[in-house]
Ligand binder design. Structure first.
Ligand code: NAD
Length: 263
C-alpha cells in the first residue's frame, strides 16, 4: 500500500535527538525522504539514518551543519536540493535553552539562542518556499513551545525567540496561503528530552532548588496533567499537519501542553 508521504522530501532541523528524531521516524514511516540535521556521535547518527531508510525504503540524508551560521544553513538547503531536488516539508525544530536572570544572561548565549531558535527558521523558510510555491504544495512546521504563548522567568532569550517564531509563522502563512502551502506552529509543554534534562542543573542553581523540586515544582507545576508530553505525540501532530485533512489549517499555533496555556 502506498504511504501518504511517498515522493515527498522532509527536512527536519535538529533531528539527531529528542522531538526532531521522533518527527523523522514518523515521516519516514509514511514514505518521505528525510534530511536529518543536528550534532552528535557520528556512528549513532549513521545508525539512526539507516534506521530511517529501513522504515519505508525511502532515502535519508544526514546534513550536519551548524544552523547558527547563515552560510551553513545555505549549505544544508543545497544538500537537500542536490539529493532530492528541493524540500516539500520543512520542520524547524533545532533549538537550545539557557536559564539565567536577565541581568546575568550571557551575551553569547543570547545571540546563539536567537540565531538558532529564530533566525535559522527565517533562513530555511526563505530558501524552501520557492520549491513549495513551484509545486503548489508545502508544509512548514515550527516546533515552537508553550513559551511562544506565555513566559517563564529566567528564559528571556528562549521566550523572545519562540514568540518571534510564532509571529513569523503567521506572516508566512498569509504569504503562501494561495499556493497550497501551510505554515503552523506546534507548541509543546514539557517533553522529556535531553534539552529538558540538561536545564535542570542551571534551574537548580538559579532557583536554589533540589532536582526533585525542579521536576515537580517548576517543570510539571504548570502542566495540569502532571505528565510530560511525549516526542511521539508531537510527531503525530506533525503527521496530521502534513495530511490533506489539515489543508485548511494554517497560521495556527497548536498547543500540546497538558493544559498549561489554558490557565
Ligand atoms: P534536543 O536537545 O533533544 O534536540 C535539539 C536538536 O537540535 C539536536 O538534534 C541538536 O543536535 C540540534 N542542535 C543544537 N544546536 C544546533 C545547531 N547549532 N545547529 C544544528 N542543530 C543543532 O531538544 P528537544 O527537546 O528535542 O527540542 C527540540 C525543539 O523542541 C526545540 O526547538 C525546543 O525549543 C522545542 N521544545 C522542546 C520542549 C521540551 O520540553 N523538550 C518543549 C517545547 C519546545
Amino acid at each position: 500500500m502506498s504511504k501518504f508521504l511517498t515522493g515527498k522530501t522532509a527536512l527536519i532541523t535538529g533531528s539527531t535527538s529528542g522531538i526532531g528524531l521522533a518527527y523523522a521516524k514518523a515521516l519516514a514511516g509514511e514514505g518521505a525522504n528525510i534530511v536529518i540535521n543536528g550534532f552528535g556521535d557520528a556512528d549513532a547518527i549513521e545508525k539512526e539514518r539507516q534506521g530511517l531508510e529501513s522504515l519505508s525504503g525511502a532515502k535519508a540524508l544526514y546534513s550536519g551543519h551548524d544552523l547558527t551560521k547563515v552560510d551553513q544553513i545555505e549549505a544544508m538547503m543545497k544538500d537537500a536540493a542536490d539529493a532530492f531536488g528541493g524540500v516539500d516539508i520543512l520542520i524547524n525544530n533545532a533549538g537550545m535553552q539557557h536559564v539565567a536572570p536577565v541581568e546575568e544572561f550571557p551575551l553569547d548565549k543570547w545571540d546563539l539562542i536567537i540565531a538558532l531558535n529564530l533566525n535559522a527558521a527565517f533562513h530555511t523558510t526563505r530558501l524552501a518556499v520557492p520549491y513549495m510555491k513551484d509545486r503548489k504544495w508545502g508544509r512548514i512546521i515550527q516546533t515552537a513551545s508553550a513559551h511562544s504563548l506565555v513566559a517563564s522567568p529566567y528564559k528571556s532569550a528562549y521566550v523572545t525567540a519562540k514568540h518571534g517564531l510564532a509571529g513569523f509563522t503567521k506572516t508566512v502563512a498569509l504569504e503562501v496561503a494561495t499556493f497550497g502551502v501551510t505554515a503552523n506552529c506546534i507548541s509543546p509543554g514539557y517533553v522529556w528530552t535531553p534539552l529538558v534534562e540538561n536545564q535542570i542543573p542551571d534551574t537548580m542553581k538559579a532557583r536554589n532548588m533540589t532536582r526533585e523540586q525542579v521536576m515537580n515544582d517548576v517543570l510539571l507545576a504548570g502542566q495540569p496533567t502532571k505528565e510530560f508530553v511525549t516526542a511521539e505525540q508531537v510527531a503525530a501532530t506533525a503527521l496530521y499537519l502534513c495530511s490533506d485533512a489539515a489543508a485548511q489549517v494554517t497560521g495556527a499555533n497548536l498547543s500540546i501542553d497538558g493544559g498549561w496555556t489554558a490557565q
